[in-house]
Design a protein around this ligand. Structure first.
Ligand SMILES: Nc1nc2c(ncn2[C@@H]2O[C@H](COP(=O)(O)OP(=O)(O)OP(=O)(O)O)[C@@H](O)[C@H]2O)c(=O)[nH]1
Ligand SMILES: [Mg+2]
Length: 428
């Protein structure tokens, strides 16, 4: 066989015979090549390892060539007599390497080249064409909810919030109540809104360093400062203890319902064993519209929705049903989106193109029984100390709807009450 024939027969390279494994069950294609447990994997050997280190190595190699000249020839056109006892070696479907005496008209190989050939063959095993078909694209072609990720958009929402005046003189502050499981990110959301409004890192509603037992035990109003001293935004957040599955752990649903109705004063400390009663000094017997909650915000962590116990979800549903009876608008904040989707963790502006996030929002919607358009995914400020435009935009989008719903509610209450009074007078 001529040199040219030999070349055609296979992709001939210099290789190390010492690194070729004896063939176990006849010819195997490179794609079928199992890794050798006893030997280091070809990929693991760096070029530096494979290259001759010094002159001595070269000398050694040339001696090897003389004594162990190899022929690589086409398996299917093979006609030569094999050296008796010559070991059969692993080879490709088109080429085969074996020891022979044909040193004068054959292509000589070195240990390094055979090693390289083996490496290529094994590489074929992991090449993209061999790997399993990729899963569905984690991104939608276009966002399913429109968001303008710009400084102008942020400034516009901020200005609206700064200029906000509740629609009725009866209510000076819109009350927003946050509830949800322990460690859902309730306090972090309040801090995040404050961080966006102030433009710097804030920790007004202290958040837990990690979730366990509820970190927030006191029923507290959080007022957010405006730019001038002594001036505040006309809305307050009420941060409460988290819900827990057991009856005597966390905040009681009865307490939350009392808060919705306006019976609980700020500063009240929750007692997981006993809900507030009429004799408590924090109990308001005849609450007015200003004492009531004007928007109920349920907070669920995106990364643990499926892990939240049915008991906690049941408690949340009880509170939501009571809020619905009272006509109080509701919003769901889905926090911790960065923990559930790598795409979003790397680029928050992909929030509405991420399939994972939509899937999680759907899970929120199904478990709580709320429509998708009431769910706002956000990433809270929890480790960042400087403002991020995309985080700000998502938080502000949620806030502007919360405030609008709350304001509409108080206006409706006053308008309906006035209409009712007028109608009563008219009928008399
Ligand atoms: N990665 C990530 N972590 C968050 C996010 N929001 C909150 N956390 C973390 O989640 C943990 C719980 O957050 P909190 O705000 O204390 O939760 P909470 O609902 O107020 O908890 P309780 O008051 O104990 O009921 C804290 O370690 C936060 O740093 C978020 O959007 N992303
Ligand atoms: Mg808290």
């Amino acid at each position: 066989m001529s040199y040219d024939d030999e070349r055609k027969a296979g992709d001939i390279e210099k290789a190390s015979l010492a690194d070729i494994q004896p063939e176990a069950n006849g010819a195997a294609s490179p794609t079928e090549l199992p890794p050798s447990p006893a030997k280091p994997q070809p990929e693991a050997a760096s070029d530096a390892q494979l290259a001759p280190e010094d002159d001595k190595t070269c000398e050694r190699e040339s001696k090897t060539k003389v004594h162990r000249t190899s022929v690589i020839h086409n398996t299917f056109s093979e006609t030569q007599t094999h050296t008796p006892g010559a070991a059969a070696y692993r080879y490709s479907s088109t080429a085969r390497a074996e020891e022979t005496n044909y040193s004068n008209n054959t292509f000589e190989v070195t240990e390094a080249s055979v090693m390289s050939w083996v490496r290529k063959a094994v590489k074929g095993l992991t090449s993209p064409s061999q790997s399993p078909a990729p899963g569905p694209n984690p991104e939608f072609d276009k966002p399913w909810r429109e968001v303008t990720w710009s400084v102008e958009e942020k400034s516009q929402i901020l200005r609206k919030l700064k200029d906000l005046q509740p629609g009725t003189a009866q209510v000076r502050e819109l009350k927003i109540l946050l509830h949800g499981p322990v460690g859902a990110g309730k306090s972090s959301f309040i801090n995040s809104v404050n961080t966006v409004l102030q433009g710097y890192n804030t920790t007004g509603a202290l958040a837990a360093s990690s979730a366990g037992k509820s970190f927030t035990v006191e029923f507290k109003y959080h007022r957010l400062k405006k730019d001038k001293p002594g001036s505040f935004y006309p809305f307050v957040f009420t941060d409460i203890m988290g819900l827990e599955p057991e009856d005597y752990n966390g905040v009681q649903t009865e307490d939350i319902v009392k808060i919705l109705q306006g019976h609980v004063k700020g500063g009240y400390t929750f007692n997981p064993f006993k809900p507030i009663d009429k004799d408590d000094r924090s109990y308001i017997s005849n609450p007015g519209l200003k004492d009531k909650v004007h928007c109920l915000v349920s907070v669920l962590p995106a990364d643990k929705i499926s892990l939240i116990s049915d008991d906690v979800i049941k408690k949340m549903k009880t509170v939501r049903e009571k809020a619905r009876e009272l006509g109080i608008p509701q919003v769901v904040i889905m926090s911790q989106v960065d923990s559930v989707c790598r795409l979003v963790q790397e680029d928050l502006s992909k929030i509405y193109t991420s399939r994972k996030i939509k899937e999680k929002m759907k899970e929120c919607s199904d478990r709580l029984g709320v429509p998708m358009n009431c769910i706002f995914p956000v990433q809270n400020y929890h480790e960042q100390v400087t403002n991020d435009l995309n985080m700000d935009i998502l938080i502000l989008m949620a806030m502007s709807d919360i405030i609008r719903f709350a304001n509409d509610y108080v206006e409706d209450q006053v308008y309906n009450a006035n209409e009712y009074a007028k109608n009563q007078l008219y009928n008399e």
